[in-house]
Design a protein around this ligand. Structure first.
Ligand code: ADP
Length: 489
């Protein structure tokens, strides 16, 4: 009998335990989809405050696992739980490091000891495998927080009887977060200057980059869409990593993320005022009315286009374009609902806009998952004018909820959205290319015009609701990649 492929999956966040963005959705869904393909896959997460205080059932697996940090050995506890899809999850408990209100930092900046925190997390994951005598075929690392792991496997763990032979995959979910730390802290990681602190290693302009460590030392690198895989090898999108990414291009592939339709399905979504589907589409109007009421917007908007954005408030997301054309949009009788949290300056600019346009613009600052569902269901269009977007998930959710995505042609947005052509009836959204307010406005004008053309709008909405971006296809691509990576010598 063929042995099951064993995978240790590292992500600093995963639904339903801890989430700041799309990575959590991916790490929540992909291991479960791979589990359904009969892989023995296990997830490792830090034990954050929100996990500790949640009602998740877990038991103590190890009371005292020793993890190196610099010259000392720290003791961590390890708890075990299961995801809803029965993937084992190991939580690394270290109160002084992970028992904090946020995952990586506050609005004022990153936590000062993130290198220490994610060094302990990275070593901790490898040490758990050793303690369990688990011999993974593949260790799948995600983003800078586990970028150290491929370097550790090339160095201090290369002779470990448990993890030493594992192949590594490093997935880049966002090149904008590079895990940069002062060179003086290298000794904390367990790596030496001689072996890795140089431009062909994890040095990045005189500093440590844990993202670069992942890119340089992993056996295979993936990112979350084919277009982003190409974009990041260019000056415009490479954020200084384009050279090394181009150098490693034969090991770099793009695998599009999927949508978890167990979580994002309007026919079975307890967050909504009324569930709905393509066959029972009337519920969507009821959801729109409920959202207008909840957000204290003008009742007149029930027959006018209601636009929405659900996003981290980050310069990446293109909110500057939106702010510049807001008056023009409102003059087209549209309304706008925004849910987001992030940079203080963007938050302030949006607050001013909302205060100046009561009844037409509603802003909710915060992270609110149920509200995100109600907005996606209640809005007519979802705006995603990103400067860059590795994959983007909200456009996939919007499609399933019959909410039309208006996106910039970049990364995964480009790979998932095809402009609607009223002549052929083909397409699932609206798309523009130039990163300018004018290009966004022109596209929105077209979208709003189509909104008032009932038959065409219905066709467009139907096309979107019929799309299938479920995880299963992507999980097969990862399985294929695991197999080829395991064959690498
Ligand atoms: P990114 O990972 O860059 O933040 P994605 O589109 O890949 O962008 O994923 C964002 C995820 O986070 C989606 O599930 C989206 O619904 C969710 N999200 C973003 N901001 C908020 C918020 N303020 N409240 C609730 N959910 C949010």
């Amino acid at each position: 009998m063929r042995e099951r492929i064993k995978v240790l999956f590292l992500s600093p966040e995963a639904v339903p335990f801890a989430k700041t963005g799309g990575l959590a959705d991916v790490a929540g869904s992909l291991p479960q989809a791979l589990n359904r393909l009969d892989l023995d896959i296990r997830l490792v997460l830090p034990l954050y405050t929100m996990v500790r205080h949640s009602k998740i059932k877990m038991h103590l697996l190890f009371n005292d696992v020793k993890v190196p940090l610099g010259g000392t050995l720290l003791s961590v506890r390890v708890w075990e739980a299961q995801t809803p899809g029965e993937v084992p999850v190991y939580f690394i408990e270290r109160e002084d490091m992970f028992d904090r209100p946020h995952l990586y930092g506050t609005a004022l900046g990153d936590y000062h000891d993130n290198l220490e925190r994610f060094t302990v997390y990275s070593h901790g994951a490898l040490r758990i495998a050793e303690e369990l005598s688990f011999t993974p075929d593949v260790i799948h690392c995600n983003d800078w927080q586990s970028g150290l792991v491929p370097a550790l496997l090339a160095g201090p763990y290369s002779t470990s009887p448990f993890v030493g032979k594992a192949r590594t995959i490093f997935t880049i979910h966002n090149l904008g977060y590079q895990g940069i730390f002062p060179a003086e802290k290298l000794y904390l990681t367990g790596l030496t200057r001689e072996t890795c602190f140089h431009p062909e290693g994890l040095e990045f302009w005189g500093k440590i980059s844990l993202l670069k460590a992942g890119i340089v030392y992993a056996d295979s690198i993936t990112t979350v869409s084919s277009t982003y895989a190409k974009e990041i090898q260019t000056d415009n999108y490479g954020m200084g990593m384009e050279g090394i990414l181009h150098h490693r291009r034969s090991s770099l592939t793009g695998i599009l993320n999927g949508a978890d339709y167990h979580v994002w399905n309007p026919a079975d979504d307890s967050n909504l005022a009324v569930p709905y589907s393509l066959k029972k589409i009337a519920g969507k109007r009821r959801c729109k009315e409920a959202l207008i009421k909840e957000m204290h917007l003008d009742r007149s908007l029930t027959t006018q286009p209601l636009l929405a954005m659900i996003s981290r408030l980050d310069t990446q997301k293109g909110l500057d374009l939106l702010i510049k054309i807001l008056d023009d949009i409102l003059s087209l009788n549209a309304g706008l609902v925004i849910l987001g949290t992030g940079e203080a300056s963007i938050q302030e600019a949006l607050k001013t806009t909302a205060i100046n346009n009561p009844g037409r613009v509603a802003l909710t600052v915060g992270f609110d998952e149920p509200l995100a569902h109600r907005i996606i269901a209640g809005a007519d269009m979802l705006l995603i004018p990103s400067r860059y977007e590795p994959c983007g998930l909200t456009q996939m959710y919007a499609l399933k909820y019959g909410t039309i995505p208006v996106v910039r042609a970049t990364g995964g947005l480009d790979d998932t959205i095809t402009p609607f052509n009223p002549q052929t009836g083909k397409g699932n959204g609206f798309k523009f290319t130039a990163y300018t307010p004018k290009a966004l406005l022109r596209t929105l004008q077209k979208a709003i015009e189509l909104f008032h053309t009932t038959g065409a709008w219905r066709k467009l909405r139907t096309n979107g609701m019929k799309e299938d971006f479920s995880w299963d296809r992507s999980a097969h691509s990862y399985l294929e990649l695991y197999n080829t990576t395991m064959g690498k010598t």
